[in-house]
Ligand binder design. Structure first.
Ligand code: ADP
Length: 383
């Protein structure tokens, strides 16, 4: 006869439950917790010992408790999905009765059989409650839906203008050539905006999917500053906004993809000029932080500012504080934005291992800042 392998089942099943990616609890018919795996505590944000605790104390949600009670009363499995609040966590819950039969050849089985003789036990004494947290999945679904809605909105508005303008152009083309010319120019503006939007979308998706590798090389912080300044000088003059610099430790060499970081700086400066009324000031600065390993870049303006409730969201794709504010006619032009610039900036900075932040006071101004790692020193070559 083949030799029976001596498996410690208790230990084996305990390890099996710990290996589950989901939180699993085992309760008895009185809802008292008899076992739980390590995934349970983080889900409920507790470090307390949960043994013998009543499930109702841990899960104060009546809908979930009801589901568990139904399973206990009917001795059959129950499944449910549960939303705590409209935007709160979403859980998929399953309650499964665990049939409890004495083992024929184990010490444990002997004990259970002994107990069984004295007092017949119900076949299902324990119930497994498994919880799958779907909150992140739901959040991603919401992001995807919002994204499609936003793209559609951003495309529809200029397309509607183009359609209207072409219809009017058709009428004016023979009768009023000057007017026709203005319509053509307006169409060009819309087409320009649309191409910019599509280019930004493609860029963002390439960065997000890691298809745009950064060409990182050491370069002096002040070089990045001066190049961005040169590109925005005429726009600042047009808007009568004073453009200045505050450069400390400008010779520090940072590890940067100069094209991508240049673009981030230009975007931050462009926004700062756009949202600063004539007579205001925009400063582009850089400095080495005290850790000696991080260089900070910042763009500070004396503009309209960003309300505190919008600040945490401005790096989201398409997020605009107030659609009306960023219209072309605000502070005499500068182009309306797609709401993608800061999302791209965040991705680029994070791909460099840096962090981007924004601070703002309404009617006083905003400061956007990001960090870049200082480039590793190359050892001097021996003479
Ligand atoms: P946009 O292309 O609309 O400028 P961004 O992603 O660059 O998109 O910016 C998102 C929004 O953040 C802007 O629409 C604007 O409402 C706000 N914002 C960005 N920079 C500033 C700033 N310097 N001052 C005030 N508001 C700003």
């Amino acid at each position: 006869m083949a030799e029976r392998t001596n498996i410690n089942y208790r230990y084996f099943f305990q390890k099996l439950l710990e290996a589950m990616p989901w939180p699993v609890l085992v309760i008895d018919r009185a809802l008292s917790i008899q076992y739980y795996n390590q995934q349970v505590a983080p889900l409920f944000g507790t470090s307390q010992l949960l043994w013998q605790m009543n499930l109702e104390q841990l899960v104060p949600d009546p809908a979930i408790i009801q589901l568990v009670r139904e399973s206990i009363q009917t001795d059959s499995p129950r499944y449910g999905e549960h939303d705590n609040e409209a935007r709160g966590p979403t859980w998929k819950i399953s309650v499964t009765p665990l049939e409890h039969r004495p083992f024929a050849n184990s010490r444990e089985g002997e004990l259970e059989q002994g107990a069984l003789m004295e007092q017949p036990l119900p076949p299902y004494r324990y119930f497994a409650v498994a919880i799958e947290d779907l909150s992140e999945l739901r959040r991603l679904e919401r992001v995807r839906r919002d994204f499609i809605a936003n793209v559609s909105h951003e495309l529809r508005t200029p397309l509607a203008s183009i359609r209207l303008l072409t219809e009017t152009l058709e009428d004016a083309i023979d009768t009023d050539p000057d007017k026709a010319q203005t319509f053509v120019e307006k169409i060009e503006v819309e087409v320009h905006y649309l191409s910019g939007l599509v280019a930004d979308l493609l860029e963002l998706s390439r960065i997000e999917s890691g298809q745009l590798p950064m060409a990182i090389e050491p370069m002096e912080a002040e070089q990045l500053v001066w190049e961005a300044m040169a590109r925005l000088l005429s726009q600042a003059q047009r808007h009568r906004v004073k453009l200045g610099t505050e450069i400390h430790d400008g010779r520090t060499r940072v590890a940067a993809d100069s094209r991508q970081i240049g673009r981030v700086l230009v975007n931050l400066l462009h926004n700062a000029i756009k949202f600063t009324p004539s007579g205001g000031e925009v400063i582009l600065g850089t400095m080495l932080l005290s850790d000696g390993k991080t260089q900070r870049f910042f763009v500070r303006d004396t503009g309209v500012g960003i309300p505190a409730e919008d600040l945490p969201r401005i790096f989201e794709r398409f997020y605009k504080v107030d659609r009306a504010r960023s219209k072309v006619d605000y502070i005499g032009g500068g182009g309306r934005g797609s709401g993608l610039g800061l999302a791209i900036a965040r991705h680029v900075v994070e791909a460099h291992g840096g962090r981007i932040t924004a601070e703002s006071n309404i009617e006083q101004g905003s400061t956007f800042a990001f960090t870049l790692p200082v480039a590793a020193q190359t050892a001097p070559t021996a003479q």
